[in-house]
Design a protein around this ligand. Structure first.
Ligand SMILES: [Zn+2]
Ligand SMILES: [Zn+2]
Length: 410
């Protein structure tokens, strides 16, 4: 017997969340067989508020007549509650997002609706959406928190999907940055076979940034292969990705050197667990500083979380022999790494990149935050602030992450 509300397209119900949670705990009965409070999906508006970009490099415009997505039989509809604002949203809006070929990505869906660090609640489930497991953690149900990540759809058949690296899917993968509308809208349809189902006991305000900045930082630290007591440098340590990289590095016992610009970021970085802070604006040579702190050897690993070519300029020079540079932040435009090939060969360096992570990786980082081991530093602001937030991102004025409140969690 199914334990979720299997609803036909023309007979979906929306159930009061607290009632549903109680029902779920008390019974394993099929929900449609129960007498529950419900209202028809037809009570949803046909149009909604959305923050649209009509053309790349254009301004953010708030409209109220954007269509509410139609939900396919294999999709769910979610009401968006909160979403982080990622630097990639800014680059896509500005037409400066870099692609795998090193060129700018200009082929995006227009009007563009960004937002890929979103948290919503499922409010409708298509009739063909299947629960593939009997476990509560994988149960698709009305009222459940769901993540709106960078990846929206994958093929599940290509060699990367089969290898658990579906973020590199080559079978027609789509994302919420270039191909599909993201979380800067009130309602979003999501692929029922690729849902990021989240536990009920999360804080929806803080979990959004985990879904892009967090997973990228986590994978960068993981790819460094850092061991307890080893030195790890985080460049851009006070930013959205960087402040989480500092915390993941601490979780694995690394000694962290935080690098960022301005003395006002010092206390913030040290409060995250960094042992040392280097203000790149006030030292003549960052590399010399790192060498001095690590007693001349250099760091075992560097995570570059900053989206700036200048941040990458000396990154590999901070490494000791055999060290790893993990590239997480993508600078705007098409800059190249300037590290000397001689340095890479003679020092035996490893240079790795990381594009977000798989759904499995994502659930690992969600759990670290749910358990309180990694806490995003967020500032919750009204949705209307989005244009201002973009400006502040461009001017490097944000500590941690700004999270926009899209709707009440009712
Ligand atoms: Zn992002
Ligand atoms: Zn695939």
């Amino acid at each position: 017997m199914k334990r979720f509300a299997r609803l036909s397209l023309d007979h979906r119900v929306i159930i009061d969340r607290s009632s549903l949670a109680l029902i779920s705990r008390l019974t394993r009965l099929s929900l449609p067989s129960l007498t529950v409070q419900h209202r028809s999906l037809s009570s949803l508006p046909s149009t909604q508020k959305a923050a649209v970009i009509r053309h790349q490099t254009g301004p953010v415009e708030f409209v109220t007549d954007y269509p509410v997505p139609k939900v396919g039989r294999d999709e769910v509809l979610a009401k968006v509650l909160y979403t982080g604002v990622c630097q990639s949203d800014l680059h896509t809006k500005n037409g400066t997002a870099a692609g795998a070929d090193g060129k700018n990505i200009t082929n995006i869906k227009l009007p563009h609706i960004g937002g890929h660090e979103g948290i919503g609640r499922i409010i409708a489930i298509g009739s063909d959406v299947k629960n593939s497991s009997n476990s509560d953690s994988e149960e698709i149900r009305i009222g459940r928190y769901v993540g709106i990540r960078f990846i929206s759809r994958i093929c599940r058949r290509c060699k990367y999907c089969l290898a658990g690296q579906e973020q590199h899917c080559i079978g027609g993968m789509t994302n919420h940055l270039h191909h599909e509308d993201g979380a800067f809208q009130e309602y979003i349809s999501l692929d029922g076979d690729n849902l990021t189902l989240l536990p009920d006991d999360i804080d929806p305000k803080e979990m959004g940034p985990i879904l892009c900045a967090g997973i990228t930082a986590y994978k960068c630290v993981q790819k460094c292969g850092i061991k307890p007591g080893e030195w790890l440098v985080v460049i851009g340590a006070a930013g959205g990705m960087g402040h989480l990289a500092v915390q993941y590095a601490r979780v694995v016992g690394a000694r962290v050197i935080a690098i960022d610009g301005g003395d006002h970021k010092r206390d913030f970085c040290l409060s995250l667990g960094a042992e040392r802070y280097i203000d790149f604006r006030s030292v003549p040579s960052i590399v010399e500083q790192v060498q001095r702190i690590t007693n001349g050897g250099g760091a075992h690993a560097v995570v570059c979380a900053a989206g700036s070519p200048r941040a990458y300029a000396n990154a590999a020079d901070m490494l000791r022999i055999g060290g790893t540079l993990a590239c997480g932040g993508i600078p705007p435009g098409t800059p190249h790494l300037e590290t000397s090939i001689g340095t890479i060969v003679i020092k035996g360096l490893r240079i790795v990149g990381s594009l977000v992570g798989s759904l499995r990786d994502t659930m690992e980082v969600v759990e670290l935050t749910r358990l309180g081991k990694v806490k995003p530093a967020i500032e919750v602001r009204p949705w209307k602030d989005l244009p201002k937030v973009y400006e502040e991102l461009e001017n490097d004025q944000i500590l941690g992450r700004v999270v926009l409140k899209i709707a009440e969690d009712e």
